[in-house]
Write a protein that binds this ligand. Sequence first.
Ligand code: CA
Length: 224
Amino acid sequence: MKLLVVEDEHKIANSIKKGLEQESFVVDVAFDGTEGYDLASTNPYDVIILDLMLPGIDGLTICKKLRAEAIHTPILILTAKGQLDDKVAGLNNGADDYLVKPFAFAELLARVRALGRRPAHRVNTVIQVEDLELNTNTFEVKRGGKLIPLSRKEFGLLEYLMRHVNTIMSKDQIINNVWDYEADVLPNTVEVYIGYLRNKVDKPFKGKTQLIHTIRGFGYKLGT
Ligand code: CA
């Protein structure tokens, strides 16, 4: 497991690092909030240990920014003794657990291990529009509880449209977001895939709201 420790008190940061390394973790340390945020937003960590009072960017803001960027790495916040408000604010801003300073190293280790076992993407895994459900974890799509098998590309296109429910997306927007930049995309590729989706998501469900719409001259929309 790879961990990030963001803590401006060098003595505490270094002793956490040393202790965790003895337990065979790989540990990066940032001594201020700016560096901590940079590392956390650009590297995959299994757990982030985050002090709240930091020079640069404070811990709560880091938490909020990471969650806003859909980075769901488990975060353990370190708060000073008696700062109950910090704890509540931390958990409200997307932290997963907290530890009050001073703490025993064994306690930190137990919390880190528990957080590291949790799947990183626990939140917002199911997108729902009407009775259509898409699970970004299991790659399952269901309508009215009935499983709809989709190819990877169909899934990607449906996810994109569902994330922008009731919004017209142009062909260019769809191509830029659903196909990688090296793919050969012909002018009618999007149309073809919209057709595939319609055949699976709408046509078999005759009595129900048809969800995929062509807006002539503009693009496509999923919604009601
Ligand atoms: Ca501090």
